[in-house]
Design a binder for this molecule. Sequence first.
Ligand code: GUN
Length: 285
Amino acid sequence: MTAKILDGNAIAKAARNEMAKIVTARSAQGLRPPGLAVILVGDDMASGIYVKHKRRDCEELGFHSNVQHLSSNVTQEDLEERVITLNNDPSIDGILVQLPLPAHIDSGRIIDCIDPAKDVDGFHPYNIGRLALRRPTIRSCTPKGIMLLLEHTGVELRGLDATIIGASNHVGRPMGLELLLAGCTVTTAHKFSRDIEGSVVTADLVVSAVGKPGLVPGSWIKPGAIVVDIGITRDDNGKLRGDVVFDEACERASWITPVPGGVGPMTRVAMLQNTLDAAPRLPDE
Ligand code: GUN
């Protein structure tokens, strides 16, 4: 079998075109553009690039953006106050605090300060809790983007055995909740798991979110399985690599995401969709 490619770039592009049309239609109805605020702390290069992309995405789609770049010396109190000010800013629908934050900042408490209705990352305990209770509100971006990708396979997810590798708060755990909600039997493997291979070889759907190139060899993939690779690591030659050995896995999987160009563009799109959905639909709201 040669796997079909889940082309995140193409699917994301179509979703962005749809969103741009909605923003134009909103404007014709007298609605203001959706507004996204991004707080970037310090000079981490990767974070700086991500934030630049977010600003560019907003420009392309006609969103209003407010990017605040703060010194790495910012205090917990200052940062919390900034978030609270944005909570009360009627031109802002979505607030995103770029992670990771410096070690002296308690990221959990910062996320707690974001108004759950403006938490377009979908990281707030309220939004994760709602997903856990099968009443989803704003959904975490990477799992949401993956669910959109999976829709494109046309495969019925209900009843599938799904294995997620990685149990982070922002990816692995909400991914498990999404797949459970979709009716999968979910296994989450993590750094204390004794037999990750054993959990993968029987899976109809594998989602790897570790950041360790080569972690999942093709021989682990059940013939016909769907493979989603969230890992993205730059190797010594500057090449971006996923967790899954792509060429090997292609021989066995039915569908597979490439790295890059699979999950990454979908995460960006999901955050923009969350911002658009958070914007009021009536002129005076
Ligand atoms: N850092 C890397 N990815 C993300 C993301 O999706 N959201 C936030 N807030 N920080 C990040």
